[in-house]
Design a protein around this ligand. Structure first.
Ligand code: XMP
Length: 535
């Protein structure tokens, strides 16, 4: 299944890699990855490819159909991202979404212009001719729009098949050539019937077999890893999170004791977690874990450090030092296993384009520290079996491999751990305060049955103090921020509308049970403009 390669190396396309699958050509929409996920939810494999892919490479991959994503550009602009026009001669079914539909119209002889009314948000779609694409859908449906341009003239062979009040040409079709375009976003949940529409395209029009299943993935990934590793040794840095734990299970199944798991305890884990991790893996899963207690080393590096980026860098640098020492002690190893996921790979492949120049863009908001930041001279070969999976697919793989729910359904936890949730200087005492508050928050959210509906819920300790009253005493103490967000992928997030009664219980427990805290506040900012973590 490997077509593109990881960071920094040129894209390579393996023959027939998309034989039963859909190629999504990415024009830079924020929803491009979502299209890929929606297709995979239909049990059909799909990959995001740069829109600039050549017709030869696409032919090599041999997909059964093509989806053109949306994007921020106007297709008549000078720098607008375009397709290799030979792709139109492949004879494959094509679905253009938003910009993809406009480009289809533009390339094939139609006309696109700025719309008199910019349509953004929900719009009622009226289907004038169902055809294969809208087969089985209601005559009117709610759709999600986000466009400033519209198709005003159709290419030969096309007809308009749906409209909204503001957009007379909201969907187009050339049934003969199996070309379809939709101005709205079927991949977004607000489009009622979007899933059925994509299913019509992928399963009926492109006739893709439903063979992308996690059991097949596990089988193939195990065979591939076993073949590649042979009798050499693999090192895995385990963190206890979903990705590294699932990876440990997969590798253990594939190569048994040729796998060595190392767990570096930086001292920034949540309450009881280091002990829990080692015990559970060894006693329940029979996977040996080499635990390294490096808490004292890490905290000494953070003395006096308050700037978030300086903190992240100091932790990252120390992690590399400990990792190098320990891997030498436990080694030698030929391979390093990493839980790199598909979004990391596609982002680093530069498929997001600048609307003005058409060039790839990458904006750094925070220095994420993962094992991926290790120096090149460590001379490991990388094993990254999840490089084609989305997070929710890793969870399914975990379930397939028997990873317990308590790990599979875990919330993401940042590499630098609680150190970036203790705002200001990190000390043992402040970490302890945060751990206790965090424990209460998660315990109550779980007890109310809401943990699984939330992307992340956690506590942040502020360095500021405020006045309170307890009994008859004036207090002057720190505050805990409670942060709970819902999200699909961590790229955007909304603050969770938790019940007031739950917030009240948490607040009163924290103030009563955690020494040094006299006030609890709830963060009601979404991402953007805030980030999920506070540092
Ligand atoms: P932000 O704060 O950027 O976080 O909105 C988005 C998601 O990423 C997690 N996060 C990290 N994960 N290493 C990680 O592996 C890191 O350094 C890191 N920093 C943030 C964060 O918890 C959220 O899920």
């Amino acid at each position: 299944m490997t077509t593109s390669q990881v960071k920094g190396t040129a894209q390579k396309y393996e023959e027939n890699a998309l034989k039963d699958a859909i190629a999504i050509l990415d024009f830079g929409s924020q929803y491009s990855q979502l299209i890929a996920r929606r297709v995979r939810e239909l049990s059909v494999y799909s990959e995001l490819l740069p829109h600039s892919i050549s017709v030869q490479d696409l032919k090599r991959l041999n997909p059964k159909g093509i989806i053109l994503s949306g994007g921020p550009n106007s297709c008549y602009e000078e720098h607008a991202p375009r397709l290799d026009k030979e792709i139109w001669k492949l004879g494959l079914p094509v679905l253009g979404v938003c910009y993809g539909m406009q480009l289809m119209a533009h390339d094939l002889g139609g006309k696109v212009e700025p719309a008199p009314v910019r349509e953004y948000g929900r719009a009622l779609l009226t289907i004038q001719h169902h055809g294969e694409l809208f087969d089985g859908l209601d005559p009117t449906m709610e759709s999600w729009m986000s466009h400033g341009d519209s198709v005003v003239q159709l290419p030969d062979g096309f007809s308009t098949v749906a409209c909204t009040a503001d957009t007379p040409v909201a969907a187009i079709a050339d049934h003969e050539r199996k070309y379809f375009g939709v101005q709205f976003h079927p991949e977004v949940v607000h489009t009622v019937g979007g899933r059925e529409l994509l299913s019509n395209f992928v399963l009926k029009i492109c006739q893709c077999p439903k063979n992308w299943t996690m059991s097949r993935f596990v089988e193939e990934a195990c065979a591939a890893v076993a073949k590649r590793v042979g009798d050499k040794r693999v090192l895995l840095a385990l963190s206890g999170g979903v990705d590294s734990s699932t990876l440990a299970f997969l590798l253990h199944k594939a190569i048994g004791d040729k796998l060595t798991c190392m767990f570096i305890d930086q001292g920034f884990m949540r309450k009881n977690e280091p002990e829990w991790l080692v015990e559970t893996f060894e006693k329940e899963f029979h996977i040996k874990v080499n635990a390294v207690n490096a808490g004292a080393r890490f905290i000494s590096k953070l003395a006096g450090v308050t700037d978030p980026e300086a903190k992240r860098k100091a932790i990252g640098a120390e992690f590399i030092r400990v990792f190098e020492e320990e891997s030498k002690r436990l080694g030698p190893f030929d391979f390093l296993a990493q839980g790199t996921l598909y979004p990391d790979v596609v982002e680093s492949a530069g498929t997001t384009v600048d609307p003005k120049t058409g060039k790839p863009v990458a904006v750094k908001i925070k220095s994420h520290h993962n094992v991926g930041g290790l120096p090149d001279d460590l001379k490991f070969e990388l094993v990254e079996p999840f490089a084609k999976l989305f997070k929710d697919e890793v969870r399914l793989v975990g379930k397939e491999l028997g990873v317990p729910e308590s790990i599979v359904e875990r919330h993401p936890f940042p590499g630098p751990g609680l150190a970036i949730r203790v705002l200001g200087e990190v000390t043992e005492e402040r970490l302890k305060t945060l751990r206790e508050a965090d424990w209460i928050i998660r315990e109550e959210v779980k007890a109310h049955g809401l943990y699984r509906q939330i992307w992340q819920v956690f506590a942040v300790l502020l360095p500021t103090k405020s006045v309170g009253v307890m009994g008859d005493q004036r207090t002057y103490q720190n505050q805990i921020v409670m942060r709970a967000v819902t999200s699909e992928d961590g790229m955007t997030a909304d603050w969770a509308r938790l019940p007031y009664d739950l917030l009240a219980i948490i607040s009163s427990r924290i103030v009563n049970e955690v020494p040094g805290i006299n006030r609890v506040v709830y963060d009601i900012t979404s991402k953007p403009p805030a980030t999920i973590e506070w540092e």
